[in-house]
Every structure is written in C-alpha cells, then in structure tokens.
Design a binder for this molecule. Structure first.
Ligand SMILES: Nc1ncnc2c1ncn2[C@@H]1O[C@H](COP(=O)(O)OP(=O)(O)OP(=O)(O)O)[C@@H](O)[C@H]1O
Length: 257
C-alpha cells in the first residue's frame, strides 16, 4: 500500500521549530493539498517528506516502510519531488532532463534501454510536453519547465509524488490541466501531496487537506469536512465568503470593502 503516515514530525531551523509535531495521513490514490499562509512550513514539510531534510523527531512511513530506513537511491524509486527551484538552469535537452528521472532505476553507469526511452516518451506525452522534447530546458518558459519537471517525476515511476506549488508560473488553463493530471494520477493509484496557495483549486481538486499554521496542523481531513469559510478566514487572516453552494470562496481584507 502507498498510504503515507506522518507521525509527530518536527524540524528546527536556527533553534526554532518550523515544523512542530505534524501528524497526518495521505491515503493511497488520493490528492492531499497542504495549505496555509506564507511561512507556515508547507515547503519544509514537503522537504521532510522527501527526506531532503532530516527531522528533529518523528517518522514518515510509506505503507509499512519507514522512508528514513531506505538508502537515497532506493527511496528515489518510490518518492518523486518537484520543488520550486528544481533543475533551474540545466543546459540539457528536455528529453535528457526527463531521462534523469530514470536514474534511480538504471544500473550504475548503465545506459538507458528501450524501456527507459518508452517511459520517458510516455511521461512527455502525459504532461503535454512531447513537442518540447528537443528544446533546451534552460530556454523554456516557466510553465513549460513545470510540465517537463512533472514529466521527469513521472519517469521515476514513483508511488508518492510530492509537489511544491506546481501551479506557480502557470496560466489558468495550465493550472487546471495540471490539477486534472494529478487527479488522474491519483486515480491510477499514486499518492499525491501538493502544497497549494490557491484555496479554490484545493477545494476543487484535493480529496484531503492538511492546513498548516506556524508549523502546526490546525486542521486535517477530507476536504468537504475541513475546508470551511471559518477555517480559511482564520488561517489566512482574511474574510472568506462562500460562493454558490459554499465549495469555493471569494476573499477580502478585514475592514476593506
Ligand atoms: N533556508 C532557510 N533558512 C532559515 N529559515 C528558513 C529557510 N527556509 C525556510 N525558512 C523558514 O522556515 C519557515 C517555514 O518556511 P517554508 O518555506 O517552509 O514556508 P511555506 O509555508 O512554504 O512558505 P511560502 O508560502 O511563503 O512559500 C519560515 O519561517 C521560513 O522563514
């Protein structure tokens, strides 16, 4: 099973706890959105889940496996992470960037085989990046890069996909396409955990929410039961007004009409 179970996860920076006793679950085959204001700890939590940082205490399990117990290369067969600064200026062709996703599955010094090329081709197609295959990665727009990085992550064939603000740099259509793709991937059994600034995108696409504030979980669970106007107003210190049937919100600053 690919369910992620986080227990008592804490992490200190400069003597200050920036992740403070986070306990949460992300079931297999679901999309979980990590929401919260700037500096709440969303990126740090994802870095801990990806084991790019070692927690001060606590565990992250994928199914029955404690991810800390796996060597890095082995862990990369299970966990793919797209952070906000991935591969910024690689002087490589897009297809070679995506092939980097195969690294954990290739023997040391082994050249990619037919299967690897097939997986890369399929990943480029699935993310709508096939027409970019021969372009130089460093010359792509922000939105194009995001698609390629998603393709690289899919080429890893992970069971857990972590994303930090994947809709940054994307126009409205591309944002929706990205979230639709994440939903499809979850339907195929992948466990998806993504930080999202856009609460309405989280409302539309996430099965579950982890709401963070100052490093602590203030609410977690199924989106339909967790994501209320009261929670969103408190979390972001705004007035969140429910729209229509109340699934989505409009926002205003308190005291400003
Ligand atoms: N490299 C660093 N060195 C010191 N402190 C850091 C570093 N990176 C982040 N922090 C601090 O850790 C806390 C959590 O930051 P983090 O980036 O995880 O928040 P976030 O919720 O992702 O924020 P944002 O929405 O602004 O991207 C913040 O107080 C931030 O200032």
């Amino acid at each position: 099973m690919n369910t992620v179970q986080v227990d008592g996860l804490s992490f200190a920076r400069g003597g200050r706890l920036v992740i403070d006793g986070v306990t949460a679950v992300a079931p297999a085959g679901s999309v979980t959105a990590v929401i919260g204001p700037n500096a709440a700890g969303k990126s740090t939590l994802l870095q801990l889940l990806a084991h790019l940082e070692n927690p001060t205490s606590g565990t992250v399990r994928l199914g029955n496996t404690d991810l800390a117990s796996l060597p890095r290369r082995r862990r990369a067969r299970y966990v793919a992470f797209i952070d906000q600064h991935s591969a910024a200026d690689l002087p490589l062709a897009v297809q070679d960037v995506v092939m980097l996703g195969r690294t954990p599955r290739l023997g040391r010094l082994a050249a990619p085989g037919t299967e690897d090329h097939d997986v890369v081709g399929a990943a480029l197609l699935r993310t709508g990046a096939a027409q970019l295959a021969r372009r130089v990665f460093a010359e792509l727009s922000g939105g194009e890069r995001q698609r390629v990085l998603l393709a690289r992550a899919l080429a890893q064939e992970p069971t857990l996909l972590l994303l930090d603000e994947p809709t940054n740099h994307l126009d409205v259509r591309a944002q929706l396409e990205t979230l639709e793709l994440l939903r499809d991937l979850a339907r195929d059994g992948l466990t998806v955990i993504t930080a999202l600034h856009d609460v309405n995108l989280a409302a539309r696409y996430a099965d579950r929410i982890i709401a963070l504030d100052d490093g602590r979980v203030v609410a977690a669970g199924e989106t339909s039961s967790v994501l209320s106007a009261a929670l969103v107003s408190d979390l972001y210190r705004v007035n969140a007004t429910p729209l229509g049937e109340g699934r989505f919100f409009s926002f205003s600053l308190p005291g400003v009409s």
